[in-house]
Write a protein of this length. Structure first.
Length: 517
């Protein structure tokens, strides 16, 4: 049988778990009814087998050598091209290893996923290949993508090409490092707390978190369905707009996407420029106590001055909700990830989108066998989230989800006056990678200290673009541009205007990529 018939002791255990008050005789009386009901599990498995995807063996791949992986940013190498023409013809792409590429190993940075080989391409992978892109590998990401630092992946730390002793940012650590170092033209990232924008700010790339639902998450490893995003990481704003135009739009498999979703030609929109647009500089995004580096704040203020000189109107605006937004994200991300990403084996139930039964079975079995190998950040989530759920039954998650519209409305009120809002992407520049044996306190701080400005927009779903400012102490910092829902084009227009005004963004010195340090 697909589901083995339970023994009397197993049924008695279930009855005890739910406090059903059944006697041994009651359990025996239920047994044949349970056995009869479970025959449907056999039928479903047989029916599903008719349409289940066939594993692919036609895509060659290899583990990267140390010599070709000085940043620790590649998980596997490959070369997949399915079309010679198209808007991305001749462009190389690294796929974040939280996203499925059929036939290539997927680890999602965690021993609990290690060994899984997807049978499906994620929607964005299919779209990139259809646009002529060449996938040259999977980029390392952080353990289950739950870190803003680049030191939690089970495969080892990802090093910043500007300074090999420092973090590349997470959780899309490998993606940003590879783009910044010039090893690929383009990359994909995932963003639940800032994981497209954080590594972009640390590594000096352009990262765009689309409006929630604009890009289908189908084939991405879920954390929490209300905050899951996929987006591009690139060297230039025009490349970000180009990739967004390729991957955006309904796929019919992700119910997060509006039925009436309409996409734009984001690349063409850049030609409109941004002169005359109104920019609200969110004061609460600066001077965050015990975190903000004043030099980063100054660099972002200077970037705003550049926008003024380019013809935009910029002035300070207060969004009081921003100061409380992290509390809302903390509850949603912690209880939500505990319940969905771990206890429910990534997908959960009550979902009307496409499931991956093979991943659910593989990961569900493996995390129960390897739970001690979760990263310290995931352990923190589980200790906190399970305690809260067990004692309060999820009522705080419900409160946080009910507060999310109020949080969104706080930013929307400012966006009624301004076309975009801006603030530092991160309050600081790349920190040093914690050494082996670092204290748990240092490990956790380097993973989570930087997300105060990025995470709120995963809850609210607003589009947000990070672009590099002038260097701060020789390291990149980021300007974050936030727009109205589904007005991703305006974020990119403002980013493009800034990019042109400063003459493009700096790249790391080539000699920093030569060794691990």
């Amino acid at each position: 049988m697909a589901v083995g018939l339970p023994t009397s002791d197993q049924l008695a255990g279930v009855a005890e778990r739910y406090r059903l008050g059944l006697t041994a005789a009651d359990v025996e009386e239920f047994a044949p009814f349970v056995a009869g009901l479970l025959t449907s599990w056999d039928a479903v498995e047989q029916l599903y087998a008719r349409t289940a995807p066939t594993p692919r063996s036609d895509r060659a791949w290899s583990w990267p050598s140390d010599e070709e992986n000085p940043l620790g940013a590649w998980y596997v190498r490959t070369k997949i091209t399915e079309r010679r023409g198209g808007p991305l013809a001749g462009r190389t792409v690294a796929i974040k290893d939280n996203t499925m590429v059929a036939g290539l190993p997927m680890m999602n940075g965690s021993r609990t996923v290690e060994g899984f080989v997807p049978t499906r391409d994620a929607t964005i992978v299919s779209r990139l290949l259809a646009a002529g892109a060449t996938i040259t590998g999977k980029a390392v990401c952080e353990d289950l993508c739950f870190s803003g630092g680049s030191h939690t992946s089970a495969s080892g730390p990802v090093r910043n090409p500007w300074d090999l002793s420092r973090s590349a940012g997470g959780s899309s650590s490998g993606s940003a490092a590879l783009v910044a170092a010039g090893e690929v033209d383009l990359a994909t990232g995932g963003d639940q707390g800032g994981s497209v924008r954080i590594p972009s700010a640390y590594s000096g790339t352009v990262g765009h978190k689309p409006t929630h639902g604009l890009v289908p998450y189908t084939g991405g490893f879920p954390i929490e369905q209300t905050i899951d995003h996929l987006g591009p990481i690139t060297r230039t704003v025009s490349d970000a707009a180009l990739v967004l135009g390729v991957i955006a739009g309904r796929d019919g498999l992700d119910p997060r996407q509006p039925a009436d979703l309409v996409t734009q030609d984001y690349l063409a929109a850049l030609d409109q420029g941004a002169r005359g647009l109104r920019v609200g500089v969110v004061t609460e995004g600066f001077g965050i106590p015990e975190v903000s580096d004043p030099k980063v704040d100054d660099a972002v203020r200077a970037a705003v001055d550049v926008l003024r000189e380019a013809g935009l109107v910029a002035e300070d605006v207060s969004v009081p909700w921003h100061s409380d937004a992290m509390h809302v994200w903390n509850v949603i991300a912690t209880e939500g990830a505990t319940a969905q990403m771990v206890d429910a084996n990534a997908y959960g139930m009550n979902w009307q989108g496409l499931y991956d039964p093979e991943l659910i079975a593989f990961y569900g079995r493996q995390w129960r066998e390897r739970g001690e190998q979760f990263s310290e950040t995931v352990k923190l989530v589980l200790l906190s989230g399970r305690h809260a759920i067990d004692t309060e039954f999820g009522r705080h998650y419900a409160m946080a989800r009910n507060l999310a519209p109020e949080l969104r409305a706080g930013y929307d009120a400012a966006l009624e006056t301004y076309d975009v809002l801006v603030m530092p992407t991160l309050p600081l520049t790349a920190t040093e990678i914690p050494p082996p044996g670092a204290s748990r306190a240092d490990y956790l701080a380097r993973a989570l200290e930087m997300i105060g400005n990025t995470a709120p927009f995963d809850v609210t779903g607003h589009p947000a673009t990070s672009v590099p400012t002038a260097l701060v102490d020789g390291r990149p910092a980021g300007l974050m541009i936030i727009g109205r829902h589904f007005d991703d084009a305006t974020c990119l227009r403002v980013a493009h205007t800034f990019e042109r005004a400063v003459g493009g963004f700096p790249s790391p010195a080539q000699q920093t990529v030569g060794s691990r340090g």
